[in-house]
Structure formats: structure tokens, C-alpha cells
Write a protein that binds this ligand. Structure first.
Ligand code: BMA
Length: 369
């Protein structure tokens, strides 16, 4: 009896050591290094990011090493956003071939840039897009739900795709993954209209555990990115999945620029940065912009004002603007655009880092070590 008891205790210790080890080792060296670099860079600058930057821009598509940011500012962004909505198809929901995306991710990594991925997921049972609210039953896709296997099948596709993001040595490239974003809005099926707080947290934690533990994706840094309608710490945290599941506290905000409430954005960023500091996490302005550059000289008169508002806003690790689809939907001015100069002025600011600035910075911190 006593022997059995000792064996039981021994097994318990071994099992919990293993599962602890899995959690602690959930990031590979490259992801840990990226975390540290972002941490260091955030103390003196903010990386500039652009969605789909290498894939297409105004008047071009699929030209090798092309970039609207580079066309206007002479250099690439330091951070590049990609989107995996419609995973399983040949192309994502914005017409980018998944095979090409792999090449872009590798190219960014090779150049020393940072990759971040969002997921406008279709609802697993209907395959309707993220904005469609018909026949949504989130509980049915969670563990124990009748359609759970349809959800894990989608996650298998995500994991399969992400596991191909390898560097020249065959190691997984670090990726900032930003799933289930803008959860406090009503527009997505994981938003407040069709998904309860508890369902959301389970959706988030299950996704991360599945990718990290089940699929061994130890290259992921996870960003939690509510949208702008968050005015208190409690609101910001009401869907927070827990410190084990988040590396970067983010914020998406377009609307407050439209209604000229820069003060709201500054206040929200302060909440995000304070929380990140307390939790020893990074913070970022994960999505923003003004579509078609509707706000005049937005980069210097709006975005820069917000980013320079105070010590908190200055300590963000990065800011990312959305994609340049065509002249009816874009967030970075193209060369002939009347706000091209304003954009140049913005990226020329010492605090804003494009790829070369970021590379230089990484070299300088290496030298001082
Ligand atoms: C939106 C728009 C859509 C796009 C979606 C997902 O903001 O750009 O055209 O399909 O993001 O990338």
C-alpha cells in the first residue's frame, strides 16, 4: 500500500514537472529573443507596421520586394501584418495566396523585420465569414460541443500552415499571433453579440493551448487586442484570457480618430501600457489608420500626436496600420498622394522606426552586451 502511494506521488511529481516544463518551454529561443528586442526597442522608439505590405499596394500586386511604405519613405516597415482568414483555401480572404504568404514571412524574417498574423476566421460550422451572425453557437465548437471537431480541424489547418514558417536553418520563425481581436465590438462572431464572456475566454485559451501544446508551435507570441470602446481597466480585462496566454497587450482603434477624440485614444493606451507594465508584458497599438487618408495629414497631426502624448504612449513597442488594397481602401499614402510628404515626415521622426532603424538598433544593443 505504502509502495503504491509512493509510486503515485512519484508519478504526480513527474507529470506536473512535464506539464510545467511544457508551459515554461512554450517559446523557442527566437521568440524569446524577439520579446527581448521588442522590450528594449520600446524604451526608445515605436516600430511602424503595415498590413500585407509586401503582397500588394496601390497599382501593383505580387512584385518581388515591392512595398508602398518603401515607395514613399525609402524603406520597409519594421513590422509586417498578415492575415489567415479562409485558411484551407488557396488564397486568403483578401486574395493573398497562402503559398506566397509563406515566402513573405520568410523574407521579412531574413530582412530582420517582425511578422504578425491576424485571423478573420470563418465560423467552423457554416463557413460564413467573421462578420456573419447567422447560426452562430460558439459553445458548440468549444470542447464538449457537438461541432468541436470542426473547430479543431480549422486549427489543424492553421497549425499546419504556421509550422511551415521556417528560417534557413529549419527553425520556426517567431510570429506575433493576434487571434480573436476586437472582441468587445459586435461585428465579429466572437464579439459581444454572439459570444459570451466565458465562451470567449475558452475560445481564446483553447486556441492557444491547441497551437502551442498540442501542435508544438513554440514560435508564437500572443497579442490580445480589444477595440477602442474600452474606457476602464476592468473593461479591458473583462475578456482577458490570463497572463499565461498573452505576451502583448494591444489596442485596435480607428473610430476615435474619426470622431476627433485623440484624448480617448491616449487614455486607452495609458490603460493598456499601465497593465502591461504591471504584468511585465509588451504593449502595442495593434491596428489603426484612417481609410483613404480621409483625415488630412493624419500621420503627423493625429497618429504622431497620440504616440507622443506622454511617457505611456511613447513606450508602445509598435503601431500597425491596415492594408493598401486600392484607391478606395488604403492606409499608407502612395507616392503621388497629397499626403505622401506628411507620411515621410512621420517616419522621419526619431521615435518612429522603419526596418533599417530597427536593424541598426538591434546591432547597437548587441554591441553593448
Ligand atoms: C477589413 C477590410 C476587408 C478585409 C478584412 C480582413 O478591414 O480590409 O477588406 O477583408 O479587413 O483583412
Amino acid at each position: 500500500m505504502k509502495n503504491n502511494y509512493l509510486i503515485f506521488i512519484f508519478l504526480l511529481v513527474v507529470i506536473s514537472a512535464c506539464s510545467l516544463g511544457r508551459k515554461e518551454n512554450s517559446k523557442n529561443t527566437a521568440a524569446t529573443v524577439l520579446m527581448q528586442q521588442l522590450e528594449e526597442v520600446s524604451s526608445e522608439s515605436i516600430l511602424f507596421g503595415h498590413q500585407d505590405d509586401l503582397a500588394y499596394g496601390i497599382g501593383w500586386n505580387g512584385i518581388k520586394d515591392e512595398s508602398d511604405v518603401k515607395r514613399v519613405a525609402g524603406d520597409y516597415p519594421a513590422l509586417f501584418g498578415w492575415e489567415i482568414g479562409n485558411i484551407g483555401d488557396e488564397e486568403n480572404l483578401d486574395g493573398v495566396k497562402f503559398d506566397s504568404m509563406l515566402v513573405y514571412v520568410q523574407r521579412v524574417h531574413q530582412m530582420g523585420g517582425v511578422n504578425t498574423i491576424s485571423w478573420h476566421a470563418r465560423f467552423p460550422t457554416t463557413n460564413n465569414d467573421s462578420w456573419n451572425h447567422t447560426e452562430i453557437d460558439v459553445s458548440s465548437i468549444l470542447p464538449g460541443g457537438t461541432n468541436h471537431s470542426l473547430f479543431t480541424a480549422k486549427l489543424d489547418l492553421v497549425a499546419d500552415f504556421m509550422s511551415k514558417m521556417l528560417d534557413e536553418e529549419g527553425k520556426l520563425i517567431p510570429i506575433i499571433f493576434r487571434p480573436w481581436h476586437e472582441m468587445y465590438g459586435e461585428w465579429f462572431w466572437w464579439g459581444t453579440k454572439t459570444c459570451s464572456d466565458e465562451e470567449f475566454i475558452e475560445l481564446f485559451t483553447f486556441t492557444i493551448d491547441y497551437l502551442r501544446i498540442e501542435k508544438g508551435l513554440n514560435n508564437l507570441l500572443i497579442a490580445y487586442a480589444p477595440s477602442g470602446n474600452v474606457h476602464t481597466r476592468e473593461q479591458y480585462l473583462s475578456h482577458y484570457p490570463g497572463d499565461d496566454y498573452v505576451d502583448i497587450l494591444g489596442l485596435d482603434n480607428y473610430g476615435d480618430f474619426t470622431i476627433k477624440r485623440l484624448d480617448n485614444i491616449v487614455q486607452q493606451i495609458s490603460i493598456v501600457v499601465n497593465l502591461a507594465n504591471e504584468k511585465n508584458k509588451l504593449s502595442a497599438f495593434t491596428e489603426t489608420g484612417t481609410d483613404k487618408m480621409q483625415i488630412n495629414n493624419w500621420y503627423t497631426t493625429n497618429l504622431l500626436q497620440v504616440l507622443k502624448a506622454n511617457d505611456k504612449t511613447r513606450s508602445l513597442a509598435y503601431v500597425m496600420v491596415w492594408r493598401n488594397r486600392d484607391v478606395d481602401h488604403f492606409y499608407v499614402p502612395y507616392p503621388e498622394h497629397e499626403q505622401a510628404d506628411d507620411f515621410k515626415q512621420f517616419v522621419d521622426d526619431k521615435m518612429i522606426y522603419l526596418l533599417r532603424d530597427y536593424t541598426r538598433f538591434k546591432e547597437s544593443i548587441k554591441e553593448t552586451k
